[in-house]
Design a protein around this ligand. Structure first.
Ligand code: ZN
Length: 580
């Protein structure tokens, strides 16, 4: 099968092999294991320095084409990509648009016009919560949402499901729960909690992509925070292993104005600076020093793990950036990720009581957001990836005041879920009465977490466009977005050999992106289980039109079955042992 593009259009073509009536046929011909190749035109090498490579296009129209990975660098070029539905792999990439006549007549050839073809996104931070808290999210709905946004791999966090992935037995239960439910490929992290050090290496053998521990209360009792002694033990145990040790880096500094210990479990501070419904009160209760103190603690122990990748999840405070850069300069292998919501939302835009915006660490001020954008563009940025930290809950737990409740977040709409796990009643015109909620609008009592898996591409592309229009230099291109959300996230979880790039031999995971379409996220457009997200009502530029997973189309915007092609999930659990 083949994907191609012209300077003015992109095309996807597939090879078929014969007349046996199947719509999509394998690339292998007559059992000879000979792959079909484009016939009359020899593929051009995707090497801009190689002889025969087309001269660099200067026409702006030429830029609306494919982001292709070549030798770990990214290239925006017209291209034809041949993919095999049998192996699910990319079998040829040609840096020009081949006409349909270049291929055998049985080839499926799809022309994507001016749309972009990019590698499927790898979202390296997602909470799917199944089993145990399946009313919050699940493999089926969470991966549908991913597929709808061009995300072809998600990596599930070890907490919020019950049991958590802190033991081999827990991991096996999670794998069992995932079976037959995944619309995209799913990798898994293990968890570090006090007392589970002897589970870590068995989990590495079982194929987890990394580990996460909390330096502050996680919010769920089955996933307690780790002490310095626990961190030391985990570092010593995992040192020299091809894995990533990740930290939720928030800690209460020894001297903190107005904060009591209870703030760890998200209870109000001893002396709140305002009412508990004011976003500012919440923001003040988790200052940047929580993050910098925790990161300093991790760095102080890093000498115990000189042969281990350390990683800070969901970095929010820019004050941590110089500390991380300094550590990296001194040779410590530490990186960070940030999230779509820290880049697309700012504290100034959060209405009091709107707990949909609550997450930890918090969404900070616009100035902080600008600093994150700048670091992403910096030379040797310590922020290597952008992820969703998709962490949903039922709408009741967000304690939304009546004036903020939307039809799909009203508590009465969510007492039950249908068997499919999708609450279709949100589509019905059944507006219930506005309901008062006990503790409504209380940022300390509400669950912290933001739903956004599948929205990353439109969020980053729209934000970047706005920044460019405002004359700001820190506006990433589509190539930057691919680097941050596909290539580098795949590397972060040890999947660079299969995921995150359009290159021969890689999984044919492809996102078809219309970078010009304007649209607004409405309740019906959310595919996760509980349609409650601060992104509702946001206007975006750029929309995912199709998603292909290992050579099969799994999502088509506007198509039947809410766009989910094939009616059956074809995603797989990734349990291969990490080797890099
Ligand atoms: Zn998380």
């Amino acid at each position: 099968m083949t994907i191609t593009s012209t300077p003015f259009r992109l095309a996807l073509t597939r090879f078929g092999a014969g007349n046996n009536g199947l719509a999509l046929l394998p690339l292998l011909v007559s059992g000879l294991h000979r792959e079909v190749q484009p016939l009359p035109i020899a593929p051009l090498p995707l090497d801009p320095l190689a002889p025969g490579y087309p001269s660099t296009p200067t026409d702006p129209a030429h830029r609306k084409v494919v982001a292709v990975v070549y030798d770990d660098s990214l290239l925006l070029t017209p291209a034809s990509i041949s993919i095999s539905p049998l192996s699910g792999k990319i079998v040829a990439v040609v840096a020009t648009v081949l006409p349909k006549t270049s291929f055998p007549s049985s080839t499926t050839y799809i022309d994507y016009g001016s749309k972009l073809l990019i590698p499927g996104l790898v979202d390296a931070h997602v909470h799917l919560n199944e089993p145990g808290r399946t009313e919050w999210e699940g493999f089926n709905t969470g991966t549908r949402a991913a597929a709808s946004g061009g995300v072809t791999t998600v990596v599930d966090m070890p907490l919020n499901a019950i049991p958590p992935t802190t033991t081999l037995a827990g991991f096996n239960e999670k794998l069992k729960a995932s079976r037959g439910q995944c619309w995209v490929d799913v990798g898994f992290y293990g968890g570090v909690i006090p007392g589970n050090a002897n589970e870590l290496l068995p989990l590495v053998e079982a194929g987890v992509r990394g580990f996460k521990g909390f330096l502050i209360e996680s919010g769920v009792e089955e996933f307690p925070a780790i002490s310095s002694a626990d961190i030391e033990l985990a570092m010593k145990t995992l040192n020299g292993t091809p894995t990533t040790l990740m930290f939720h880096a928030e800690m209460i500094p020894p001297i903190t104005d107005s904060v009591g210990d209870a703030v760890q479990s998200s209870e109000p501070p001893l002396a709140p600076k305002g009412t508990l419904k004011e976003y500012q009160t919440f923001l003040d209760s988790r200052p940047p020093s929580f993050e910098t103190y925790a990161i300093e603690e991790i760095i102080s122990l890093a000498h115990l793990a000189t042969n281990l990748h350390l990683h800070i999840v969901h970095l929010s405070a820019t004050q941590a950036i110089p500390i991380l850069k300094e550590a990296r300069k001194s040779g410590i292998n530490i990186t960070a990720e940030t999230c779509f919501h820290y880049l697309g939302l700012a504290a100034e835009g959060v209405e009091d009581g709107d707990c949909r915006y609550k997450c930890c660490p918090p969404i900070r001020e616009q100035l902080n957001q600008d600093g994150l954008w700048e670091e992403l563009q910096a030379e040797d940025s310590c922020i290597k990836t952008i992820v969703s930290d998709h962490s949903p809950c039922t709408p009741e737990l967000k304690l939304l005041p009546p004036h903020i409740q939307t039809m799909s977040t009203r508590p009465s709409m969510h007492l039950h879920h249908s068997d499919s796990g999708v609450d279709m009643r949100a589509d019905l015109d059944l507006a219930p009465k506005l309901l008062p909620v006990l503790g409504e609008g209380d940022f300390f009592a509400a669950w912290g977490g933001i739903s956004s898996v599948g929205l990353g591409l439109p969020i980053l592309h729209s934000s970047s466009k706005k920044r460019a229009l405002a004359g700001l230099k820190s506006a990433p291109s589509i190539v930057d977005i691919v680097r941050l959300c596909s290539q580098a996230t795949a590397k972060q979880v040890g999947l660079s050999h299969r995921k995150g790039a359009l290159r021969v031999g890689m999984d044919a995971d492809i996102c078809v992106f219309d970078d010009a379409e304007e649209w607004t996220l409405k309740s019906g457009g959310m595919h996760w289980k509980n349609r409650c997200s601060p992104w509702e009502g946001h206007h975006f530029t750029g929309r995912v039109k199709e998603t292909w997973l290992r050579g099969q189309k799994v999502y088509e915007h506007g198509g039947a079955n809410a766009g989910f092609v094939g009616r059956k999930p074809v995603g797989e659990a990734i349990i291969e042992k990490r080797i890099a």
